[in-house]
Design a protein around this ligand. Sequence first.
Ligand code: ATP
Ligand code: MG
Ligand code: FE
Length: 346
Amino acid sequence: MVLGIESSCDETGAGLVRDGVLLGHAVASSMDEHARFGGVVPEIASRAHVHAMGPVVRQALAEAGLRLADVGAVAVTTGPGLSGALQVGVAAAKSYAYTLGVPLYGVHHLAGHVAADTLEHGPLPDPCMVLIVSGGHTSLLLVRDLARDPIIHLGDTLDDAAGECFDKVARVLGLPYPGGPAIDRAAREGDPDAIRFPRPLTGPRDDRYAFSFSGLKTAAARWAEAHNGGSLHVADAAASLQEAVADVLTRKAVTACRDHDVKTLVVVGGVAANSRVRALAQERCAAAGIELRVPPLKLCTDNGAMIAAVGDLLVRAGAQPARLDVSIDPSAPLEHATLHPVAAPA
Ligand code: ATP
Ligand code: MG
Ligand code: FE
């Protein structure tokens, strides 16, 4: 059984996976401590990880009805993420691996987001298209065998990530932090056609797989300025923004599937929790004859189960473990998201 540890941002996560099956997991978040600053404060996040790590691991074990002695391997996020936050998880993982005498695996955070879906829907088909939409990333990936083949990186956002866009616009609209879930809630009462926000990079000559969301923030800010003082319909703005983001994301993802003749789309990352992104993806995939897979809400945002899922794939693929002096890689490039062991520095 693999113990997975995640601490790249403000969630401390521990998960237990055996042969592709999720046995237990627990997440603690320091989100509330960051709320008054309007964004994650790295030092606060790191300290919170120190406090939460032990209890979260114990809670995951208790949920699974297992003990530390049952752990056969440890997997940990080595990057990308906040360096101080990553350090806490990696130090904990090394301690568990060393004291239990079991192998340690370094995991790319985004590979974790992709693997999260396998815990709900089983092994990923080869090939599949992955749309990863989170606080730090918006990318289209062509994925073969997660444990063996390099991930083919088709496109990225040129500026803000989709989650970042939600978070920033929420601030402009006076909605609470974190903005993504707040926009999702506010949008329920709003009209998605109230404001026609731009659909960036969807023209015939634009890069089919590139995204851009920074302009949407500016458009929403201008709209808020113009409508402040009486008729500010926050719900309409939230619904219209959510519609624009969901439209662009799903349109490009389906295009990428068609272009590469791929029959399965997997949408992962925190923004995959968005109700309109999920609904529109479902609608468009059904129309295009594409199977859609989206992990359950609790596995979309950061957690340790997804890291354990990658560790479990690595163990079963016979991958070589990492050395105990493996270091963090706060800006680990997406090209390195293939699930090979993270090498120790030379
Ligand atoms: P990365 O994985 O790129 O390093 P991260 O770990 O910070 O970034 P996640 O935890 O995967 O990101 O996702 C957090 C993001 O998801 C935040 O920007 C948050 O606003 C957004 N999010 C969460 N729930 C929703 C929702 N229902 N609608 C829209 N956005 C959401
Ligand atoms: Mg988070
Ligand atoms: Fe994440």
